[in-house]
Design a protein around this ligand. Structure first.
Ligand SMILES: NC(=O)c1ccc[n+]([C@@H]2O[C@H](COP(=O)([O-])OP(=O)(O)OC[C@H]3O[C@@H](n4cnc5c(N)ncnc54)[C@H](OP(=O)(O)O)[C@@H]3O)[C@@H](O)[C@H]2O)c1
Length: 314
């Protein structure tokens, strides 16, 4: 029966969290896990589910990977690049449509505020293009539906926004191309985003027609926005050490060794492109707080400071 729930890629941080929470609500034999590295799926979690191997970068592997799936959670290709990343998403969406997938939950990102189509952050461009493509597909064929989940900026991903500040070897200064003042970031805990995403998938599966987020963008933000100065104050409190943001030029920012190494992968150095994220933050793109995460979880989301304290303890 073509009524299964799919996750692709299922083996990463967000996909794994979504999977764990989804399996608390639906039987494993109703789930299809598609992954580039199926061996990274834990045997315990994947037991009973259909497992398939597919790679965003090898288009033919996507063919038939989404067969039997009615609702697919498509998690973005891990990159900050625009065209290549969008093309990867488009190939997966086209393959899913060919397989008969009726609804796509696209895990987008919480730049560009609550549903805006514009951004200053390079990292958001492929997401916006994918969101637009899904809307176009729905316009062409209203039987096909989608939900864009703009997943909040993970609390755990603070290194990306703090020049790779290291909780285990903390520096006194965070040197970024931003003065640290507000607006900031409505940090959200990754596992709570996975839990909320799973809740949405399960709710939609129960009664697709009554699903409140059909053909909509839903922004899952954390409970409050912290400026980057307030973020540094959290580190100061948790580590009992004074830590300050110091604004530097983009050139100085990208030359820092930890920024160079943290943003060099896949044959490229992405630091200059990544620096545009600070322009988006400055414009308030990541500071929008919505009630959705709390409503979907049925409780208040975890505060950034609590997540950081727990990270220091582990
Ligand atoms: N919301 C945020 O704050 C935030 C923060 C960081 C990143 N992100 C983005 O959100 C998405 C999910 O993040 P995450 O934290 O779950 O990342 P993650 O833990 O690094 O997982 C990445 C996943 O993508 C898979 N993958 C990589 N290249 C692939 C390919 N060519 N074909 C198929 N699968 C591939 C990996 O599979 P393997 O197991 O085979 O490696 C893994 O399952 C990514 O696009 C990431 O860039 C969001």
């Amino acid at each position: 029966m073509a009524n299964k729930l799919g996750i692709f890629p299922a083996s990463g941080g967000l996909g794994g969290s979504t999977l764990r929470h989804l399996l608390r609500q639906v039987p494993a034999n109703e789930v299809v896990l598609v992954a580039r590295s199926p061996e990274r799926l834990s045997n315990e979690e994947a037991a009973g589910a259909i497992i398939r191997k597919a790679d965003y970068d090898i288009v033919q592997t996507l063919e038939h990977s989404f067969d039997e799936i009615s609702s697919l959670n498509l998690i973005s290709y891990a990159s900050i690049q625009h065209e290549h990343r969008f093309n990867a998403h488009k190939s997966a969406i086209d393959a899913a449509r060919k397989s008969g997938v009726k609804h796509i939950f696209y895990s987008s990102l919480a730049f560009a505020g609550d549903g805006n189509p514009d951004t200053k952050a390079q990292v958001m461009l492929a997401h916006l293009a994918t969101e637009k493509y899904l809307a176009q597909l729905h316009d062409q064929n209203p039987q096909f539906t989608y939900t864009v989940i703009r997943e909040g900026l993970y609390s755990e991903s603070f290194p990306l926004y703090t020049a790779f500040f290291d909780l285990k070897a903390p520096s006194n200064e965070i040197c970024i191309p931003h003065d640290g003042s507000g607006p900031g970031i409505a940090w959200a805990k990754q596992d709570e985003l996975g839990e909320a995403t799973a809740n949405l998938i399960a709710q939609h599966a129960q009664d697709p027609a009554a699903f409140p987020y059909l053909n909509k963008i839903v922004l899952l933000s954390g409970p409050r926005a912290l400026s980057l100065n307030e973020t540094a104050e959290v580190f100061s409190r948790v580590l009992n050490k004074t830590i300050k943001v110091r604004q530097v030029s983009v050139d100085e920012y990208v030359k820092q060794p930890q920024v160079q190494s943290g943003l060099t992968y896949g044959g490229g150095n992405w630091a200059p492109l990544w620096a545009t994220a600070f322009d988006g933050i400055r414009d308030g793109e990541c500071a929008v707080v919505t009630p959705h995460l709390a409503q979907i979880l049925g409780r208040e989301p975890e505060q950034f400071e609590t997540t950081i304290k727990n990270m220091v303890l582990t």
